[in-house]
Ligand binder design. Sequence first.
Ligand code: ZN
Length: 244
Amino acid sequence: MANYQTHLNGGVLIGAAAALVSGGLGMVNAVEMPFVALVGTWGGLAPDLDSDNSRPVTIMFTYATIVVPTVALWRFPFLHDSLMEGAIAWLIIASIVRGPLCLALKRLTEHRGIFHSIPAALIFGCLGFLWSGRRVDDIPLQTAIGVSAAAGYFTHLVLDEIWAVDFEGRRLKKSFGTALSLWVPSKLVTVLAYGLLAVLGGLTWEGLGGTRPEGLWEDGLGDAPITLAQDAWQRFRSLMESVL
Ligand SMILES: [Zn+2]
């Protein structure tokens, strides 16, 4: 397995390339280019979230604890009607990422499981695409972010496979074929991964055509669920106001 530094270098390289190419193609502007590069770098590190080696995992979670709630506030404007409300929403999401999500990942994943697979790389790309835009104008940026994320992730898998080749002994190590795989030994996990990929892939496809997931939701279920979520948040807000 390639080490953390190798993956960091690979991720930075791919992220920078994605930023330069998307910038050159006019898909993103100068302010957005560093984000494209960062997402690619993150993709280069993300598959090892399943490892028990604590340092890289801690670094990635620290990064996610800051980035995920910040992007969520931007992605869902109703979360920040006021500065105070935004701050509370940020804290709640950050503690979910750092607490339950981090624990679940550590408990539920095994090293070189589904995180080291081709469907996982595509899921990561779709998530990047879906989270990085909320307007039709955002599609070029979303595409750049999604491609950078998937390319960084894919590079990690390739590096892991390259490191599985024992060049001096000219033979393959036992780990060969466990990173760039299409499935894992557990059928259930494999089916769940492809199910998730089908849903996110479908949403990404609709997104490329200009339809937001929120729009599909409203078409299918009416705006009741969104109103419900907003109502719940309103109620929580008034509760907070009465306590503070
Ligand atoms: Zn790895």
